[in-house]
Design a protein around this ligand. Structure first.
Ligand SMILES: C[S@@+](CC[C@H](N)C(=O)[O-])C[C@H]1O[C@@H](n2cnc3c(N)ncnc32)[C@H](O)[C@@H]1O
Length: 265
């Protein structure tokens, strides 16, 4: 728990999907007190760093390899500095968290992780969609299409597609043709698909389609980065008007720990 920002500590900070006001108060507090800020160059822009210490050193990690990033963090922490390693979204999701903190642990350097709003949730908010709808989808798969980074056995997209549940793909927009081909092995062609690019940013873009037409739309819009592919029945545009099933939580006949239900009228 971050009660007080401490020198000699590396903070792995999730800063959310891009909008500076979606950074947590804790993330902002650490960044504004950091001596060294290493950030992924992509989404946050300068606004996220406008209140940092005048002496803070800002380093874009885009051109650095793992060893260089770790060395920077280790040396600064050893000299008593506050280090913020900034990641977009949440660091636990496709954030290369493990490989960055393992050498710190080995070197006996203390570190803390600060969660952030992952882009999938910012995209769901942009779409105004609930990802878990009673009796339609009660599981969410967050994954990526296999590309240069392999995926483990049993996690190929065609395997995961068999669940036909809400499925959200990070890091896969350039592989849209392959994504669609894999998904079609299990989902029907008319399965709704939404694509959200730069969720929460001023230039956010949204596409609505189905497995039959989304690849064409993505290519026509020239989307090649910073986008999520969101698949499944919960993305059907008129779902709220057509799906009758409700959760038990607010059912007036349902008793739970905080409310005693009455008989149906
Ligand atoms: C290396 S991953 C990092 C994910 C990040 N840790 C998170 O929790 O959102 C980068 C991928 O996240 C997705 N992404 C990150 N920010 C996004 C945003 N604002 N809108 C849409 N997709 C985003 C894209 O799929 C992008 O290729």
């Amino acid at each position: 728990m971050v009660t007080q920002v401490k020198g000699g500590t590396v903070y792995i900070v999730g800063v959310g999907p891009g909008a500076p006001d979606l950074m947590t108060i804790r993330a902002r507090r650490v960044i504004n007190q950091a001596d060294l800020i290493i950030y992924t160059g992509s989404l946050l822009g300068q606004e996220g760093f406008k209140d940092v210490k005048p002496t803070a050193k800002l380093v874009d990690s885009a051109g650095l390899h793992l060893g260089e990033i770790v060395a920077l963090m280790r040396e600064a922490a050893r000299s008593g500095q506050v280090v913020a390693r900034v990641h977009d979204g949440d660091p636990a999701i496709f954030g290369a968290l493990s490989e960055q903190v393992a050498p710190l642990e080995e070197a006996g350097i203390s570190f803390e992780v600060i969660p952030g709003v992952t882009s999938a949730l910012a995209a769901a908010a942009a779409l105004k969609v609930e990802l878990t709808i009673p009796e339609l989808s009660q599981a969410i798969i967050l994954t990526r299409m296999e590309g240069r980074t392999p995926v483990p056995d049993g996690e190929m997209l065609r395997d995961l597609a068999k669940h036909r549940t809400t499925l959200i793909l990070y890091l896969s927009i350039v592989l849209i043709d392959k994504v669609v081909a894999e998904l079609k092995t299990a989902y029907p062609d008319d399965t709704p698909v939404a694509v959200v690019q730069r969720a929460s940013c001023p230039d956010q873009k949204i596409l609505h389609g189905t497995l039959a037409d989304i690849a064409g739309q993505v290519k026509a819009a020239k989307m090649r980065a910073q986008a999520l592919i969101m698949v499944g029945p919960v993305f059907k545009p008129d779902l709220r008007q057509t799906w009758e099933k409700k959760s038990r939580l607010y059912d007036k006949t349902f008793t739970h720990a905080f409310r005693r239900g009455g008989a149906e009228e």
